[in-house]
Design a protein around this ligand. Structure first.
Ligand code: P6P
Length: 337
C-alpha cells in the first residue's frame, strides 16, 4: 500500500486558502514564521541540561514570576523571527510588560501577534511537556500608530490561534476558523507534517483536570462539580471519573483535543481580587477558540471566554474549557448561585 502523501504545513495553508479564503498571503507568511520559530524553540528545549538552557534566569516577568532561561530564549526567538517580515504591526508577550512595536527599520503589516512563548515553564527542569501559545488579531482599520489599545480585542476577533507542544513529539495545533489541524514535526525533514485535521472533542467525558490542592479555596459551583465527579457511579453523575493535572496548560489542552475532558483553572479565594490565574489574551483566548473549533466549549464560569472584552493586556481570567456538556454543566452550577 502506498504510504499516505505527506502534506506539509505550507501545502496545507496554500490548499486551505483555496478552499475558504481564510489565509491571505500575509497571514500564511506569519503562520509559517511562527512555525519556524517553534522549531527553533523545540530544538532549544530538547537540549535540556546539555545546552545550558535550564534553570532560572535570575529575573522576574511582568507577572512577578521568576523567569526561566528558556522563557527568555523562546521570547527572543519569536520576536526576532517575526519583526522583519512585514506581516506584523506589533507583538505582545507574557514575558514583556509593554507591547513590542515593529521597529521603523522594518515594514509594518496588518496583524498583531500575541504569545506565551513558553507556557508551563515550571515543568522545564523536570522534563515534562511545555509549549508555545499564540493568537493573531487584525490591526484595527484606522491607520494611526500601534498602541496597547489595538490589542484589546475580544477573542472572537482572532484570525488565527494555536500552540506548539514540546513533548514526546513536537506538534503544532492550529485553527484559522475552519476547524482544528495538527502537524507533527518531522525532524528528518525539518518540517511540520499534517497528522490530523477536523479534530473533534466528544461532548461528554469522564476525565477532569484541575489542581486539587486548591479545593478548599474554590467557589461552591466548582466544589459541587468536582465533588459529584469524585462520588463516581454511586453519586449523581452515575459514572466514575479520572483525573489528570500536568500543570502545563498546553499539555492538558492537547490531551483534551485528543480524547476529550474538562480543564478548569477557576477563580479561588486565595487572591479574591484576581479573576483567575491564566491570562486572557495569550492563553485563554487562543485555547478557547481551538476548543470551540473542535466542538467543545470555553467559559469563565459565567460567560463565553471569546466574548469577553479585555481591558488590560495581561489581565487574568477564570477558565473552564473542554467537552461541551461538562462545561455547560459547570457553567449552569454558577448560574444557579
Ligand atoms: P498550578 C503554567 O505555569 C500555567 O500557567 C498553566 O500552564 C498551568 O495550567 C497552570 O499555570 C498550573 O498552575 O497552580 O497548578 O501550578
Amino acid at each position: 500500500m502506498t504510504p499516505p502523501k505527506k502534506i506539509s504545513l505550507t501545502r496545507y495553508l496554500v490548499e486551505q486558502q483555496r478552499i475558504d479564503g481564510l489565509i491571505p498571503g500575509q497571514l500564511r507568511l506569519l503562520l509559517e514564521v511562527v512555525a519556524r520559530a517553534c522549531k527553533s524553540i523545540s530544538h532549544a528545549v530538547n537540549k535540556g541540561a546539555l545546552g545550558n538552557v535550564l534553570g532560572s534566569a535570575q529575573s522576574e516577568n511582568v507577572q512577578g514570576e521568576v523567569q526561566k532561561k528558556l522563557d527568555i530564549i523562546a521570547n527572543e526567538v519569536l520576536i526576532e523571527a517575526n519583526e522583519w517580515g512585514g506581516h506584523l504591526a506589533g507583538m505582545a508577550s507574557e514575558e514583556m510588560d509593554a507591547i513590542y512595536v515593529v521597529p521603523n527599520r522594518y515594514p509594518k503589516g496588518e496583524y498583531l501577534l500575541l504569545f506565551d512563548p513558553l507556557d508551563g515553564s515550571s515543568n522545564i527542569d523536570v522534563n515534562v511537556s511545555i509549549g508555545t501559545i499564540f493568537s493573531v488579531l487584525h490591526m484595527p482599520e484606522d491607520d494611526r500608530g500601534v498602541d496597547e489599545g489595538d490589542f484589546l480585542q475580544p477573542g472572537s476577533r482572532q484570525v488565527a490561534a494555536g500552540y506548539c507542544v514540546y513533548g514526546p513529539q513536537t506538534t503544532l495545533v492550529l485553527t484559522v476558523g475552519d476547524g482544528v489541524a495538527m502537524f507533527t514535526l518531522d525532524r528528518e525533514q525539518g518540517s511540520f507534517v499534517l497528522t490530523q485535521e477536523n479534530v473533534r472533542i466528544p461532548a461528554d467525558t469522564q476525565e477532569f483536570a484541575i489542581n486539587m490542592s486548591n479545593m478548599r479555596h474554590w467557589a461552591p459551583p466548582v466544589r459541587r462539580y468536582i465533588d459529584e465527579c469524585l462520588q463516581g457511579k454511586d453519586g449523581p453523575r452515575g459514572k466514575d471519573f479520572n483525573m489528570r493535572w500536568i500543570a502545563s496548560m498546553v499539555a492538558d489542552v492537547h490531551r483534551i483535543l485528543t480524547r476529550g475532558g474538562i480543564f478548569m483553572y477557576p477563580w479561588d479565594q486565595r487572591e479574591p481580587n484576581k479573576p483567575g490565574k491564566l491570562r486572557l489574551m495569550y492563553e485563554a483566548n487562543p485555547m478557547a477558540w481551538l476548543i470551540e473549533q473542535a466542538g467543545g466549549a470555553a467559559t469563565n464560569g459565567k460567560e463565553r471566554i471569546l466574548d469577553l472584552q479585555p481591558t488590560k493586556l495581561h489581565e487574568r481570567v477564570s477558565v473552564i474549557l473542554g467537552s461541551k456538556n461538562e462545561v455547560e454543566r459547570v457553567t449552569s452550577y454558577h448560574s444557579e448561585l
